[in-house]
Ligand binder design. Structure first.
Ligand SMILES: [Fe+2]
Ligand SMILES: [Fe+2]
Length: 139
């Protein structure tokens, strides 16, 4: 379970999106640290909930940018977001049901891997469209 380090190739050069991604990475690292330190379940649960909420918020912001910029892959990207939104909500329900046996490390690894691949593979595709949008707004 290695920490999730921000690296420059994760940047879309879109400040609003980069800021969200960095915040998600921070939350994931906080969760990882708590899991390793054996922090109490209530505190872990609070960070889990923050992650569930912030993931949803971030997706909404990203989807708005995709629509505004006329990104042609919007529907497919939205579908990927919907699946993950559902997945993390289900995992959170699992945690709530039996906090003591919930595998926080597994949750961390799942979401960290997912986010890394998603930023590099999917979010990166919206970069040129969102950049054009920013240019048009500046003109
Ligand atoms: Fe994203
Ligand atoms: Fe995305």
């Amino acid at each position: 379970m290695t920490p999730f380090r921000w690296r420059d190739n994760l940047s879309l050069d879109v400040p609003a999106v980069d800021k969200d991604h960095r915040h998600l990475i921070d939350l994931l690292n906080r969760l990882r640290y708590m899991a390793l330190a054996g922090d109490d379940r209530q505190a872990v649960g609070d960070v889990l909930w923050e992650l569930v909420q912030y993931t949803a918020e971030h997706f909404t912001r990203e989807e708005m940018l995709m629509r505004l910029s006329g990104y042609p892959g919007y529907k497919a990207h939205r579908h990927i977001h919907d699946n993950l939104r559902q997945r993390v909500a289900d995992l959170y329900t699992e945690y709530r049901r039996v906090p003591a046996t919930f595998d926080v490390q597994e949750f961390y690894q799942f979401l960290a891997d997912w986010l890394l691949m998603h930023i590099l593979g999917e979010d990166m595709k919206i970069k040129p469209y969102v950049e054009k949008l920013a240019e048009a707004r500046a003109a």
